[in-house]
Design a protein around this ligand. Structure first.
Ligand code: ADP
Ligand code: MG
Length: 280
């Protein structure tokens, strides 16, 4: 089914502690028996009622074509009777979600460095025809958790489980409802069909959270939340936003729908740091 014949992962890897759990999979640390570098192993239980072989096949196909310093790389796949094992490049810095919680909020400079890396990764994905559709702080992983490491601020886009390939001609034709409430663009909620710009909406939401520590759209009741999102109904409440620059607020504005190239060139990003390597 997956076009991979590899079975018997336990011959090749020791499978150790759990690194994280998502909605569909458990990810564990793997140590290659031949002494190679540790990996992350995304394990999917085929007996799970949520198990969707086609979706996983798509996730793997997309990961195979993705090659960018800010995107998690696929190493190999083991297709066994009861489980599917997706072997991935390991990152050890944890989810952006956890770093936001630890730090409370990011300085504008820290946020600019982070957002630039995410936008460069997303610009690359869009160029190769991939829309991620599930950008959120749980799916953005830091390369290292050691503040002394040069990789401490390197972020990688993970979880291509909802990603889709779009051909330029069929742009804007995807209309399956997906993503996570709070980060999804209005056209997703309205099932109007949508394209790559849905990822930029999610990046705007993430930037908002980085700068103040709370989300722009929030309500325990999903229908209230959805109506806030559809209306673009958010604000910059005092005192949390008082000291934040107008350039940052301009970049957050979801109505602007800036393209990834425009974000990278936006003065708030380009003037903040001199080192603009894509691996930042
Ligand atoms: P799901 O599709 O179930 O949401 P994810 O691919 O998002 O699964 O993985 C779930 C969690 O596992 C992530 O949020 C993260 O904490 C952890 N994780 C995923 N990939 C890696 C990786 N390559 N290295 C380290 N941890 C990872
Ligand atoms: Mg996930």
């Amino acid at each position: 089914m997956f076009g991979f014949l590899a079975t018997g992962i336990k011959k090749y890897y020791d499978i150790n502690e759990t690194l994280g759990k998502g909605s569909f999979a458990t990810v564990k640390k793997g140590i290659p028996k031949d002494g190679g570098k540790p990996v992350a192993i995304k394990i999917v239980d085929k007996k799970d009622k949520e198990y969707d072989a086609n979706a996983l096949q798509q996730e793997i196909a997309i990961m195979k074509k993705v090659n960018h310093p800010n995107c998690i790389k696929l190493i190999e796949v083991f297709d066994e009777k009861t489980r599917l094992y997706i072997v991935l490049e390991l990152v050890t810095g944890g989810e952006l979600f956890d770093r936001i919680i630890t730090k409370g909020s990011y300085s504008e400079r820290e946020a600019a460095i982070l957002i630039e890396s995410v936008v460069r990764a997303i610009a690359y994905l869009h160029q190769v025809g991939v829309v991620h559709r599930d950008l959120k702080p749980e799916n953005l992983l830091y390369a290292s958790g050691d503040p002394e490491s040069p990789d401490y601020e390197v972020i990688k886009v993970a979880d291509f489980g909802l990603a889709k390939v779009v051909m330029p001609t069929e742009d804007h034709t995807m209309s399956t409802t997906c993503g996570t409430p709070g980060y999804v663009a209005p056209e997703v909620l309205e099932q109007r069909g949508y394209g790559p710009e849905v990822d930029l909406w999610s990046i705007g939401v993430i930037l908002y959270i980085l700068l103040c520590g709370f989300p722009p759209f929030y309500d325990e009741n999903n229908s209230v939340l959805f109506s806030q999102i559809k209306k673009g109904d958010y604000s910059f409440p005092s005192p949390y936003w008082d000291d934040i620059s107008s350039e940052a607020k301009d970049l957050v504005n979801p109505a602007k729908r800036l393209k990834s190239e425009e974000i990278v060139e936006h003065p708030w990003i380009s003037s903040r740091h001199s080192n603009s390597s894509s691996a930042l």
